[in-house]
Ligand binder design. Structure first.
Ligand code: SME
Length: 137
C-alpha cells in the first residue's frame, strides 16, 4: 500500500481491485465496528448503493459475523432467515471478519449474483486481504 493514500482511499482501492478482478464478486465492501456501539458501519464499497449503512450486532449475515468471529459463507441467500437484502440481484454472500490485536473490528462483505460461487480459494484470498487490511488500520 502506498503510504501517501489515506486509509479510506486504500480500502476503496482494495474493493475496486477485488470487484474488477474476480468475476463473481459483484459487491465488495468493508464494515467496521461503529465506535463503542454494538453496531457495524459501512466504510468503503464498490457496487450498488445499499440501505444497510448501519447494521446492529446480530442482525443479518454481517451482524452475525460481528458476534461469531467466524467467516460466514452463504451459498444461497434465499435459504437464510437472518439476512438483510441489499439488492434482488444478490444470490450469495461471504463475510470474513477482520481482527486487530485479537479483537473483531470489522469485516469484508462480498455479494455475488450467482448461486454457490465461493470456495476455499475465496476464503484464503479474503483471509489474506483481511490480514493486510488489519495492518493499515
Ligand atoms: N446482506 C448483508 C447486508 C449487507 S449488504 O449485503 C451490502 C447481511 O445480511 O448482513
Amino acid at each position: 500500500f502506498n503510504s501517501n493514500h489515506s486509509t479510506e482511499e486504500k480500502l476503496q482501492k482494495v474493493c475496486q481491485l477485488l470487484h474488477d478482478e474476480v468475476e463473481h464478486y459483484n459487491w465488495v465492501g468493508f464494515y467496521f465496528k461503529n465506535g463503542d456501539k454494538d453496531e457495524l458501519k459501512l466504510s468503503s464499497y464498490v457496487g450498488a448503493e445499499t440501505d444497510h449503512t448501519i447494521i446492529p450486532f446480530g442482525k443479518g449475515i454481517c451482524g452475525q459475523v460481528a458476534v461469531s468471529n467466524e467467516t460466514f459463507v452463504v451459498p444461497d441467500v434465499s435459504a437464510q432467515d437472518n439476512y438483510l437484502s441489499c439488492s434482488i440481484e444478490t444470490k450469495s454472500e461471504i463475510v470474513v471478519p477482520i481482527f486487530k490485536n485479537g479483537e473483531n473490528i470489522g469485516q469484508i462483505d462480498i455479494d455475488s449474483h450467482v448461486i454457490n460461487p465461493f470456495t476455499k480459494k475465496d476464503e484464503e484470498l479474503l483471509n489474506y486481504v483481511c490480514e493486510k487490511v488489519s495492518d493499515i488500520i
